[in-house]
Structures are given as C-alpha cells and as structure tokens.
Design a binder for this molecule. Sequence first.
Ligand code: ZN
Length: 485
Amino acid sequence: MVQFLQKMTANMTRLFQPPHSNKTIKKAIIATSVVATLSIGSVYAANDKDKDKDVDTVYHIYSEGNLLGTVSDKTVINDVLKKKIKEAENTYSELDFSIDDQITYVPERVYTPLYDNKEAIKNVNSSFNVLADAEGIAVDGKAVAFVSNKEEADRVIKRLKMKYVPEKVLTELENGSKEVKYDDFVYIDVHLEENVTSAAEKVVPEDILSVDKAVELLVKGTLQPKKHVVKEGEVLGQIANDNGLTLAQFLKLNPNLNEEATIHIGDEVNIQSYEPLVHVAVEKNAVRNEVIPFETEVIEDKTVFKGTTNVKQEGVNGEKVVRYSIIEKNGSIAKKVVVDEAIVKEPTKKIMIKGTKVIPSRGTGNLSWPTVGGYISSPMGYRWGRQHKGIDIAGPSNYTIMAADNGKIESAGYDGGYGNKIVINHGNGMKTLYGHLSKIEVKVGQTVSKGQKIGVMGSTGNSTGTHLHFEVYENGKLVNPRKQL
Ligand SMILES: [Zn+2]
C-alpha cells in the first residue's frame, strides 16, 4: 500500500510499523508537496481507509521542513488559510492574495490517531502570511517600491516623467517624434537616468503603495548618510537644524560629539539627507531674445580739464536671438550651453570724453590780459579825489573774462561797489581781482588756469558802463596792473 500522490518531494520519508504486525515491515513512502493555494490543497486525495477499518489517517503539516502540527483532516488547515485570505480580501478589496509559503501534508496511517487540531491551527496562523500579488519596481536591479500591478508600475514611470514634462510632449516623444515644440521649448528627450524595471512579486499588502505614493517615494528618495564639512561660523545646533535634524538626532549620528563639543572649520560631521532614487533627465532647446548691452569707450582728451567728463555718443543696447541646449535633472538645470546665436541689432557703444589736463594752481608770475581785446578806459591813480585801486578795461571783442594767471579762486560773489567780484590767489604772493561782472562762472576753491574763462564782463556795483575793474596785489600790497601786463 504504497501510494505516490501528486508530486514527489525529497526527504519526506516516513517509516512505520503497525503494532500487531510481525511478519512484514510495511514501508510507506508518502510524499506530497502542495503549493498552498487552496485549490491544490483540495485536490490531494486521502489514502483509502476502507481496506482496514482499524486504521486511521492523520496528517503531519510541514512548512520548510518544520513540523507545525498534526491534524485529523486537511480541511482543518485549508479552512484556516481560506479565512486568512478572506480577511485580507476584505481589508484590501483591490488586491489578489495567496499564501506566502508552501505547506506539505504528510499522511500517516495509524491505529491510534494522535493529533491536535487546535495546536496546528495556532501554529499555521502564526507562521503564514497572506501575500498579495504585486508589481515590484526596481531601480538598477534593486526593488524599491511595490504597486498592485504592472499597469500601475507603468503609470508610476509615466507620472515620474510627467513631473518634468507635459503629458503631450511625453506622448509624442514616446511615439517617436524627434522633437516636440511646447511653450517656449523644443523637447528632444526624456528618460530615467537609472535602469528602472518592474516584475511580478508577492508581498505583504502593507507594502503596496498607491501610484502617487510610489512616485513620491522615488522622487523624494530615502535618507542617506552624508558628510558635512564645517564652515566658518557654524555651530552644532545650526548644522543639525539646516539638515532637518534635532540636536539629539544629530548627536546620535555623531557619537564622538556632545552638546559642548568644540568644532573647527574643516571638521567632518555626519548628517543625513534625502537622495532621490530616480532622476528624470530632460533634454530641450530654448530660443530666447536677449539684449546685447552696449560697451562704453572712454577717450582721454588732454585739452579738457581733469575731472570733466562729457558724453560724446549715447550708448544703445543691441539685440540677439540665442538658442540654448538645456539638460535638466529632476527639474534642476544640470547643463545649459549656447548652441548658436544670431545678432538682430548691433549695439552702439557709448563714447565718453575724459579730460586729463591738469591745472597748476601756482601762477607763472606773468599776468595775461584778462579780457578779449579792449582798452584801458581808466588808469590806476587818483580820480575824483579818491584813489582808483586798479584799471578799468572796456570795449572788448566779447565779454569773456579770463584768469590772468593760474591760481585758486579765493572769493567769488557780490561785494558792494565792486558788484560781482572774483579774487584769484596765484599761490606765488600775487592775487588778482575782477569787478563789476555780470556773471560769475567759478566757485571758491576751484583751480583755474591762465586764460580760463571765469565770468562775463558787466556793470554791476558802482559802475556807469560795461567794463572790467581789475586790481593786482603782490604780497598784500596793491600794485599797478600795467606793471604786469
Ligand atoms: Zn575801476
């Protein structure tokens, strides 16, 4: 009565000898492997007991070589497994379930059946998990997330890409378009940097993620240990905080440190941060109109006084069309290069004239005629019972009044009978004075050069007609200008 049922499994040999038999040793090799889906479990046929009414069959339950118990009937265990699956199906209605391991029933025919259904049920309950059919998403060969099926895994990958390119673009590119124009960009390629694959797996239902959660996990990534190099001014609490850690968490990562520890610039400390599991690379071109800023050219001119700057030509910006090649990784620009550019309008440069002529503030000692032509209409000396302290010059070709020598403006303003008056200190003991001006064109402290325009002839103050009143001093003493001119 040796019976082979279903499949053979190795090392499943049981020997027994009925107590009342002394003639023969009955050898039974009864082995079966039942993949623990319920349908197969019920296919198992019992040994026929009819031949010997005194003999009963019990079933030893094995899982991975471990005896979980002995039952009187296999349906006892099948019912337990059925119930587990039913419970799982009630909790996760959208998933398909099976049992995570194989159960092997080894029947034994005995005269005195010894079994403990309760104990066996307890052991089966604690040893077996209900597993759901799932699709594992693997990055570079390592499973990192599970979704409920292949369709959802494909959706996860599509949604990852759609975080960084519009769906229309993705669809056209995947349908073979070489480039897709959308908004301001021409998209050329979208791909995952890592090798992302999926395969059917069986996992506990708690591990199965929704499409949204799976996308989030792949993009956000997992916490990875990292090194941080201490920079100037950083303290422990701040480094922890900047990296999303409490001080306690930070110190746990750095067992060699405590709250009072001193850190130095350049020290390495342990931190952790999220590293994405996948990177979506997007290659696209962009065409942009850009301004070409004008240049400024400065031309030095030694005929113009130092400190004076004049604009000779106003600058005008130009315009160009630039085509960029851009590679983004998870939305951040990883590379941006100019492919070509075309100038639409050349810029016009700005031209500045900068004076370099240095004015010596010390006089030469030789005075020049302070007006443009003209004549002495009144000499220095006594007139109308008073001394005339300088000379009057009238009848010039134009009314420009010029400095008689290099010097600094000592005073400039209205002064009683002088009207508008300028005094120049020539720095060599000499001073000159200019009176009755209609207009003063210098300021106190300003350096002027010999022959430089300082004002306009007029008739302000005690004057009867347009003329210049001109005085000369040497070391504080009034002298006759004619001596110098
Ligand atoms: Zn005068």
